[in-house]
Design a protein around this ligand. Structure first.
Ligand SMILES: Nc1ncnc2c1ncn2[C@@H]1O[C@H](COP(=O)(O)OP(=O)(O)O)[C@@H](O)[C@H]1O
Ligand SMILES: [Mg+2]
Length: 362
């Protein structure tokens, strides 16, 4: 290769390169070692030139590496990535090993074949990759734990509502009956008061039951997923009067508890969204679980949402994000199809069985 008159000499370019470049001859002796290579390998060029390439490679890789390089030379190819994507290892003069990426190219001249190795120290990149992976794992564990804590908390509140407030209301009803039996038969106004109080207690009971089952229907734990989702749908229809067609097939095996809770929460959020945002007149809920897979579709014919407005809202709105997160934790997938005036459709699928973490067994 010749340099054109206006270009800087090739050696200058190699010397000022920020990436290490090493050239070896056909006996794998180092003939060129640029300053970037000096910095990475902690060696002076004048003491390295003439030495075997081996001194830059950890002992256990030397023979394999030498074979690869010589095979490459025999192919006559002009250049190639080394290591096929897996990191190669370099050896600094202080004995420290470091991961690197390298490519190799060969030049034939009348004085022989020269191989140039262009490499990059990827220690820092690997460290960042590892830190990133560790923090993603940590986040997944945290999300899992948070979801679990929320479900446990809801169970706990439901129990308190039932045991504590429920008991008090029952006691009040009995007190009231006692009071009524002691009233004079002709005391009409007092009897009216008692009747009014009984109505208040009755509606408080109804509110209590509604709040408790919104939190977590006992059905989900006692009667299983199909019954719980049917209850959700029936409740949705009676509250909002929207024509809803539900097709629910679960069995013969129940999905694992985490999967059931997730599907229940997803249907709950999707129906709440329809009531809140859709102005729909028709809703379809399809849920099918066999031994291996659960699929869910919740679809409405309402106003839908424009893609831009959805992306704008997403970082702030927790409902759809929560759905995505819950399903991701179970190795499932969600897709949302919607457009302005085009209805809203949510499709989800996930494996039906998921190993429970030890703290979920209870
Ligand atoms: N069924 C639906 N029909 C129309 N728009 C919907 C529907 N479901 C969700 N959206 C849109 O997606 C946005 C995000 O939903 P979500 O994450 O549940 O948040 P939130 O319900 O708290 O607003 C909603 O604000 C709404 O604009
Ligand atoms: Mg919502």
């Amino acid at each position: 290769m010749t340099d054109s008159p206006s270009a800087p000499p090739l050696l200058d370019i190699i010397h000022s390169a920020t990436e290490p470049i090493i050239t070896i001859d056909e006996h794998q002796r180092i003939v060129m070692f640029n300053p970037a290579a000096e910095a990475v390998f902690l060696r002076q060029a004048d003491q390295t030139i003439g030495a075997s390439l081996d001194i830059l490679i950890p002992v256990r890789f030397r023979s394999v590496h030498a074979q690869h390089v010589s095979r490459f030379k025999d192919t006559g190819m002009s250049d190639r990535k080394m290591g096929l994507g897996a990191p190669l290892w370099g050896l600094r003069s202080n004995g420290e090993e470091f991961p690197m990426e390298a490519s190799i190219s060969q030049t034939r001249t009348e004085t022989g074949v020269f191989l140039s190795i262009f490499l990059r120290d990827i220690t820092e990149r690997q460290r960042i990759d590892q830190a990133l992976r560790a923090s993603r794992d940590e986040l997944t564990r945290l999300s899992n734990a948070l979801l679990h804590v929320r479900e446990q908390e809801k169970k706990h509140i439901v129990r308190e509502l039932h045991d504590d407030l429920g008991q008090s209301l029952t006691a009040l009803t009995m007190e009231l009956a006692q009071l009524e039996s002691n009233l004079r038969p002709d005391d009409a106004s007092a009897r009216d008061r008692v009747r009014a109080m009984r109505r208040v207690i009755k509606s408080t009971f109804a509110s209590l039951r509604r709040i408790a089952s919104d939190l977590r229907p006992v059905m989900l734990d006692d009667l299983g997923l199909a019954a719980a989702v049917e209850w959700l749908v029936a409740n949705f229809v009676s509250r909002y009067g929207i024509d809803t067609d539900a097709e629910i097939r679960v069995g013969p095996t129940e999905p694992s508890k985490r999967v059931a809770t997730t599907l229940f929460r997803v249907v709950q959020e999707a129906l709440t969204n329809i009531a809140k945002h859709a102005q729909a007149t028709k809703v379809q809920v399809r849920l099918a679980c066999d031994e291996t897979q659960c699929t869910l579709t919740v679809q409405d014919n309402g106003v839908g949402a424009a893609a831009e407005s959805l992306t704008k809202k997403l970082p702030m709105s927790l409902g759809l994000q929560g759905i995505r997160e819950r399903i991701r934790l179970l190795n499932g997938e969600v897709t949302i199809n919607t457009r302005n005036r085009g209805g809203f459709r949510l499709d989800a699928q996930m494996p039906a069985q998921h190993p429970e973490s030890p703290w979920e067994a209870s």
